[in-house]
Design a protein around this ligand. Structure first.
Ligand code: G4P
Length: 538
């Protein structure tokens, strides 16, 4: 009996140690800023891949709309890189892949609900781009700790201070540079690492090798002039002094609360400044964080298992309509072949082959701890946002839907296949491919998407996976707005007034499909007790 007790105790200690080692994060950027290259270099450091190119080949490339099948194919391949795990300095790091292609932005938003921190990559020449803005907004909503990596310093780019100003202004972040470049482009000599007071010199000849840094506790050391030349040394001294005067000192607590964001400079392609970023990351980035459920906050160290589905990946093989549901473990130990409660369905499920992902390899695992992601083979039980627990009825929050950008009526193009169509649409929406709205006035169905590409994907998949045919018809809408009200009378009045534009989402929530920005503004003024939200959780 006592031995058993001791064993349980040892097990608990081990699990707690494992949780403390986990660092689960996502890299976000505008396409082309260097996310894939950076991911690859991080994996090289972790020994998870042996050569550059392994991740790159799986990347969803910029493809014209007509090549959507190519994108689907690549998406199929990219299931392997959905989660990339590696060990570095006794930390177990999980990188969650976020598709850069803007038509899949919704996938990226949802993936960000499963990370404990994020690294934002900015191209030194292009600065803040639209996609970065949107993604950082999502991180800020959840106060996710962010580190910024300014990439491509080997190319001519913008002045460092201007760029920091732009990032602060456009992204609403308070920055704290922990490294600083010495020149850039043709004059790029390296970066000074403020974090550990060392200088990393850039040597063009040894591009693919990891540069060696030398300690410079005192920037007034004359050796600095010898290393980088008097002019560059004096510029560096001035700039570092300016940074120390203008930007806040690094404070880990403030970073963990999402209040300040450390900044690193480098060149992912040349593997330059990446190790410095990673070394700092493993020291400061958070281990798995508590997550709010409607019922209560769930802490990773709790004994009982809980997790939530943040992504569903369809197998594109039409003969096997199987999918993989990605579950982020929030608390407790997840074990293979153990019964867990699928809260929404109220039924117990057992998984005989849960998967983890090690770089590009899938493996069946026996157990996983908070911070980890397991892929559960699924035949249609799961929907994004579902909770899986050891028995408690928990509903995790913070996995909102965002207003789509495009709207179209979906019609059945083959009357004999209406059941198949309904099933296909239902399952594709569960996967989060797009959002379905049903008009309250006449029951017609509208599909809302982030990118126009999804319409073709849906049509193709309905036909090839479900044997159903659909046709689209334009529907003019500016945005989908989830309606909240504190005044029932006013809500009823609004429902009558805007009957033609009201719909229910998949969960039966009331949505106003405003036809223009003007119409939204008028509604806001006229119905002042209602609030209109561009996301489903508020
Ligand atoms: P993404 O995932 O954010 O979309 O960007 P990705 O890493 O694919 O990088 C986009 C392009 O920028 C790639 O070039 C890549 O080689 C280049 N790049 C990444 N980091 C650096 C850097 O530090 N310096 C320079 N000069 N370029 C960098 P490409 O021509 O589009 O692709 P490829 O032909 O090189 O594969």
């Amino acid at each position: 009996m006592q031995t058993l007790h001791l064993q349980t105790k040892i097990r608990t200690v081990k699990i707690l140690e494992e949780i403390a080692r986990r660092r689960t994060f996502g890299i976000v950027s505008h396409p082309d800023a260097g996310k894939t290259t950076l991911t690859e270099k991080l994996l090289l450091f972790g020994g998870a891949i042996q050569e550059a190119g392994a991740v790159k080949n799986n990347k969803i490339k910029k493809t014209a709309t007509s090549d959507f099948m190519e994108i689907e194919k690549q998406r199929g391949i990219s299931v392997a890189t959905s989660v990339m795990a590696f060990e570095y300095k006794n930390r177990h790091i999980n990188i969650l892949d976020t598709p850069g292609h803007q038509d899949f932005a919704e996938d990226t938003f949802r993936t960000l609900t499963a990370v404990d921190s994020a690294i934002v990559v900015v191209d030194v020449a292009k600065g803040v781009e639209t996609q970065t803005e949107k993604l950082v907004q999502v991180c800020r909503m959840r106060a996710t700790p962010i580190m910024v990596f300014i990439n491509k310093l080997d190319r001519e780019g913008r002045d460092g201070f201007d760029l920091l100003d732009e990032i602060e202004g456009k992204l609403g972040l308070r920055l704290c540079p922990l490294s600083w470049p010495v020149g850039m482009g043709a004059r790029f000599q390296g970066v000074y690492n403020i974090w550990d007071q060392s200088l990393l010199l850039y040597e063009e000849q040894s591009k693919q090798k990891i540069g060696r840094s030398m300690a410079f506790k005192d920037l007034n050391d004359p050796e600095l002039d010898q290393r980088i030349g008097e002019e560059a040394a004096s510029t560096l001294r001035e700039e570092i002094e300016l940074i120390q005067g203008v930007y806040p000192e690094f404070d880990r607590e403030a970073y963990l609360k999402g209040e300040i964001c450390p900044v690193f400079f480098g060149s992912a392609l040349n593997n330059f400044g990446v190790k410095e970023l990673l070394d700092c990351f493993v020291e400061i980035a958070p281990s798995p964080q508590p997550k709010k459920a409607e019922e209560r906050e769930v802490i990773p160290s709790e004994k009982q298992f809980s997790g939530f589905v943040f992504k569903i990946h369809a197998n594109i093989d039409p003969n096997h309509r199987s999918r993989i549901a990605f579950v982020k473990i929030v608390s407790g130990l997840f074990e293979r072949n153990t019964n867990y409660l699928h809260v929404r369905e109220g039924k117990n499920l057992k998984f005989s082959s849960p998967l983890t992902f090690l770089a590009s390899k899938k493996e069946v695992v026996d157990y996983a701890v908070p911070g980890d992601i397991v892929g559960l083979p699924d035949t249609g039980n799961f929907r994004i946002g579902d909770s899986l627990t050891g028995g408690e009825a928990l509903h995790f929050t913070g996995i909102p839907s965002f207003s789509p950008e495009h709207f179209r009526f979906i019609n059945n193009a083959d009357p004999l296949k209406s059941k198949q169509l309904a099933k296909g649409v239902d399952q594709l929406m569960d996967e989060g491919v797009a959002q379905l709205f049903t008009l309250i006035s006449n029951g017609r169905k509208i599909i809302g998407t982030v990118g126009a590409l999804q319409y073709e994907v849906i049509q193709y998949r309905l036909e090839h996976e479900y044997g159903a045919k659909c046709a689209y018809e334009p529907f003019q809408a500016y945005k989908a707005l989830w309606v909240q009200s504190t005044d029932m009378d006013q809500l009823e009045e609004f429902k009558k007034f805007k009957a033609r534009y009201l719909a229910e989402d998949k969960y039966g929530r009331l949505v106003f499909l405003a036809d223009s920005a003007f119409s939204l503004q008028m509604s806001q003024e006229k119905f002042d007790k209602l609030s209109f939200h561009a996301k489903s959780e508020f």
